[in-house]
Design a protein around this ligand. Structure first.
Ligand SMILES: [Zn+2]
Length: 1015
């Protein structure tokens, strides 16, 4: 037979585009349109409905950036349309190729009840089916003219990312505003032909199935009268019945589709717009659930539910109803889909506590999957946190974005630093916005790496970020793909149904140990430094506030601020969203985040101050008390929430001497530090061991400046080639030294480019630690600033702190997997050692770092260089990222064990506080007698029972057997999960005996204890 395949395929495309699709709406009449533009920020619905309208026509421009317009459409269904299905078509000026990221609308009835969202791929509103004829039509649209920030030429700097700089130029033109007849038979024919055409394109050309579909399509096209598509669509469909009825082969890949809209909680729009994006999408999805009985929809992020509850109660009522029916699924159990690299141990735990508790309180449901499709890498501390939250599965798609290495599994067990294993799935469809295209379904089946031993994968299906979620077209396609020869099968299933099947069919999945590192978006550990500092500061202040408020409550009966702490935690958790804390949002988001963090700090400082004053007693007592919130003793104050009367700082203990080169030598009996004439650290000798910390000939605390213009994703990415060019900042403006009681400080000022920096290096009496303070007035663009510490250390690996422990990374680049980790995350420390001697570098607020090694020509020794990442200056999406004043605090700790690194990490974030009062001391509520057993939280139980909750973890990576004692009579201690529910899952030993608790924890194990006081 002659090969006419391409001819038929081209015919299908043209006839669909030019004749069949346009015939879905064969008749239409224009609607009358009026508009009112709100003068500033969005207004309440009642106000928008009531405002006077002025006429506007199709083709007219509307919508300043970030504006809100209320658009009213009116009309009458023609009498001639009686018996037909009628829809309104409202095109606000959408670009259908870009679902999301542009204007959007929410349709209301005159009484203010929401109908559904309007999105580029979802512009219809059902008016009547069937119509009587003569019905009046009156609908209102709350239309948001969100500007396109990420355009067809992406990543160009733009001022559109902040209302304050975006200007007032209208962004859109009203397009189609019609009442139209909807021909469902033609619409079904379109879906038939799309499904078959897309499947055909994926099938082998030498296979019979492809040709059977081709011939059926040809017969269907022959059956269409191009002058009367509506009259012949049914007979065209009948030509396709047989090929659509052919069942899938038994070995076909099985896709669990779940309706989804990945809505970034802030990103290229401010937080307030997300409130409305979520309302529009959930209005769409609850409407679709009513129309489509097989459809299931999953939505994550408790915060987004809380917003609908507060701001759009009518939509929330529909969500509650659909959740109760089991078809709208609260997924993920986290407050937001947070970053997981940077949140502290406690914050990561609280993401689950607040997310799961919200779903339990509001809906009575508890889910067991962590749902993080888009998060930029996953720490080795996360599996234990997921398990302690009562969950056992993880879903993410993001690792498929890695630049270099292909991850070897789609379904596997992920093992964290403590040995916890979590059943994990990466959807092989490689997108969290699946649209049921044949190419996507075929890719999922082909790409699935666990073929032969597993058959199931999951496909999150729907447009996110304001695209409106799943469409009726996607549901119609899925129905045809349920059991279709040549295709993977598709069924709507809830995440829990998918995971149960996937687990059952794959009893011995492969294991991946350690972090799931994303080989992309590495600069999110550095961009928007003020947002990151606000996060770290808030985490530290929350620890203090909970500790001191709990202590004051138990000691003095002071009221514990449950609601205030709950609200503050939720605000901090919100800002850990995976485009806020990573620094990848527009200027507006980061401007607001900084203001929010400042307000939280003020509130938390007040809480801490009040609690400490209650504990210290009457200020007239005149005793200065030193409070220590750290889990280690300091300045003679015991660990973990104690205070003692201050002793005067003794003079002396350190000295400074000038050197001939203009530099200085600093000594305190523990360290001897040489600062050279360039203000750089040329030598640090650990007196006890006599060991030099720095590599011979090298200089530390060296600022290095790189050009940094990645190939794409400016705020997110740093590409490896940034290292090819570097400038060492060695020029000195001034170099001075000063002595004060108990410390000596060298201060060096430098200028470079348009920026200036002052570095202060301080040695304190009795401390084996060099404190480094860096103040930068940063006015560079597309540059990367690092602080380098070349150490005389030979080691193949180093430790970086993560949640509830640390993980090791290699210092070499033997394979592409190691080479790809050229920028990595730390919490408060990195630690490197040779047997018997090590160095810790600690940081108050930075997360990004790199570690490299070289072998010296001079003596053959190994130089291991640690560099902290301080600042970047990308121009997209915030054209002025990180401009202005910044302050960073770091410290170099020679001769440090891992235990020292842990201790110094806590110290740098938890300053001593001094309060004047009348008491002599405040004893800590709980004490532990083993250095590696570290308290991560002391608080009152969230249930208001008055029980004390204490979370302890093993911080050294070894076994720790110790005893927790309380300074109150202890009645009972119950091991709990993170939600403070009794839990038998703790693997170590927890025994109540002799008025205390005996603990035996395994490496990095965490345990949450609920302690009840006697009497
Ligand atoms: Zn996202």
């Amino acid at each position: 037979m002659h090969d006419d395949r391409k001819l038929v395929e081209s015919r299908l495309k043209r006839v669909l585009d030019e004749r069949i699709r346009p015939a879905v709406y064969p008749e239409s009449v224009p609607l009358e349109v009026g508009i009112w533009t709100a003068p500033g920020e969005p207004v309440p619905v009642a106000e928008g409905l009531a405002a006077p309208r002025t006429p506007i026509a199709v083709g007219d421009a509307w919508g300043a950036p970030w504006g809100t317009s209320w658009i009213t459409v009116t009309g009458t269904v023609p009498q001639a349309w009686a018996g037909r299905t009628v829809e309104a078509l409202i095109d606000l000026g959408f670009d259908a190729n870009m679902p999301g990221f542009q204007c959007e609308g929410l349709v209301y009835r005159p009484d203010g009840t929401p109908v559904k969202g309007l999105n580029p791929q979802n512009q219809w509103v059902r008016i009547a089916a069937p119509a009587a004829g003569g019905e009046p039509v009156l609908l209102h649209v709350e239309a948001a003219s969100n500007p396109v920030v990420l355009d067809y030429h992406p990543f160009l700097p733009t001022e559109l990312g902040d209302r304050e700089t975006a200007g007032s130029e209208p962004q859109y033109e009203l397009a189609r505003m019609d009442l139209a007849v909807f021909d469902e038979t033609v619409w079904q024919l379109v879906v038939d032909l799309e499904v078959l055409g897309e499947l055909m394109a994926e099938l082998p050309v030498d296979g019979a199935r492809r040709w059977e579909i081709l011939r059926a399509v040809e017969r269907a096209l022959d059956a269409v009268d191009l002058q009367d598509v509506n009259g012949t669509a049914a007979q065209a469909r009948s030509q396709l019945t047989a090929v659509l009825a052919a069942p899938a082969v038994p070995s076909a890949h099985r896709i669990s589709a779940i309706g989804h809209a990945h809505i970034d909680t802030a990103w290229l729009w401010p937080l307030r717009e997300t409130v409305r994006k979520v309302a529009r999408t959930t209005a769409n999805m609850t409407a679709l659930l009513e129309d489509e009985p097989d459809f299931r929809y999953a939505m994550s992020q408790a915060q987004q539910y809380a917003w609908i509850k507060e701001h759009r109660p009518e939509v929330y009522a529909r969500v509650r109803k659909a959740v109760a029916e089991g078809r709208f699924v609260p997924a993920g159990g986290m407050w937001v889909e947070s970053d997981t690299n940077m949140p502290s141990s406690e914050a990561m735990a609280r993401q689950f506590v607040h997310g799961k508790r919200f779903f339990l309180d509001e809906f009575g449901v508890e889910n067991h999957e962590a749902w993080l499709p888009d998060t930029f890498g996953f720490t080795g501390g996360l599996p234990q946190i997921i398990r302690n939250a009562g969950s056992r599965w993880l879903l993410t798609q993001k690792i498929s974005w890695s630049q270099i290495n292909r991850f070897p599994h789609h379904t596997f067990l992920w093992e964290g630093i403590d040995g916890t294993r979590i059943f994990t799935h990466f959807p092989p469809v490689d997108t969290y916005n699946c649209s049921m295209k044949g190419s996507e379904i075929a890719h999922a089946a082909r790409n699935f790496k666990d073929k032969g031993v597993a058959r199931h994968s999951l496909a999150p299906t729907g447009w996110g970020d304001g695209g409106g979620g799943t469409t009726r077209e996607m549901v119609a396609k899925a129905a045809r793909l349920a059991n279709l020869e040549g295709s993977a099968t598709v069924h709507w299933e809830k995440p829990a149904e998918f995971f149960a099947k996937a687990e059952a069919e794959y009893p011995n999945p492969p294991v991946w140990v350690g972090e799931l590192y994303l080989e992309l978006h590495r600069a999110t550990l550095t961009s928007q430094a003020r947002t990151k500092q606000g996060n770290r500061r808030s985490e530290n202040l929350l620890r203090e506030a909970e500790l001191w408020c709990a202590t004051a409550a138990l000691r003095t009966g002071a009221a514990y601020p449950y609601e205030q702490l709950d609200r503050i935690w939720k605000t901090v958790l919100l800002h850990q969203f995976h485009d806020i804390l990573p620094g990848s949002s527009i200027a507006w988001v980061h401007r607001e985040a900084e203001a929010t963090y400042a307000a939280l700090a003020e509130e938390l400082e007040a809480l801490i101050g009040r609690a400490q004053q209650a504990l210290a007693g009457d200020p007239a007592g005149g005793r200065e008390l030193v409070f220590n919130a750290a889990p280690h003793p300091r300045s003679a104050v015991p660990a973990g929430g104690a205070a003692t009367v201050a002793t005067a700082t003794a003079a002396g203990g350190c000295e400074v001497a000038e050197r001939p080169d203009g530099g200085f030598v600093l000594r305190n009996g523990l360290l001897e530090v040489v600062v050279d004439g360039d203000g750089l650290v040329a030598s640090v000798v650990d007196t006890a061991s006599g060991r030099e910390t720095l590599a011979p000939g090298s200089r530390a605390n060296l600022l290095q400046l790189h050009p940094d213009f990645p190939n794409m994703w400016d705020a997110w990415d740093v590409d490896q080639f940034y290292r090819n060019t570097v400038t060492d900042l060695t020029g000195v403006d001034t170099l001075t030294a000063e002595s004060a009681a108990g410390r000596v400080t060298v201060r060096v000022a430098r200028s470079f480019g348009s920026s200036t920096v002052v570095q202060a290096l301080t040695l304190r009496a009795g401390e084996r630690r060099l404190d480094l303070d860096t103040e930068v007035d940063w006015h560079e663009t597309e540059k990367f600033l690092k602080a380098a510490f070349p150490l005389d250390l030979h080691t193949e690996r180093y430790a970086a702190e993560t949640q509830f422990g640390h993980l090791y990374r290699p210092t070499h680049t033997n394979t592409s997997w190691e080479a790809a980790k050229f920028e990595a995350c730390n919490h408060r420390f990195v630690h490197l050692d040779e047997p018997g001697w090590g160095v810790a570098l600690v940081t108050a607020s930075t997360y990004g770092h790199d570690v490299t090694r070289t072998v010296r020509d001079t003596d053959g020794g190994t130089t291991t260089t640690v560099r902290f990442s301080l600042l970047r200056a990308p121009r997209f999406p915030d054209p002025r990222t990180d401009q202005g004043l910044h302050r960073f605090r770091h410290a170099l700790v020679p001769g440090a064990t891992i235990g020292d690194a842990v201790r110094e990490g806590y110290r740098i974030g938890l300053p001593e506080r001094r309060i004047t009062g009348s008491t002599e001391e405040v004893r800590p509520l709980v004490e532990l007698d083993h250095d590696a057993l570290v308290v991560s939280a002391v608080k009152l139980a969230d249930d208001g029972s008055g029980d004390l909750v204490v979370r302890v973890y093993e911080a050294g990576g070894g076994r720790a057997r110790g005893r927790l004692t309380t300074s109150f009579p202890l009645a009972d201690a119950v091991p709990c999960d993170l939600l403070e529910r009794p839990w038998a899952g703790t693997r170590g030993e927890v025994t109540v005996a002799d008025g205390g608790v005996r603990l035996a924890l395994r490496p990095f194990e965490l345990v949450t204890l609920r302690l009840r006081a006697a009497g």
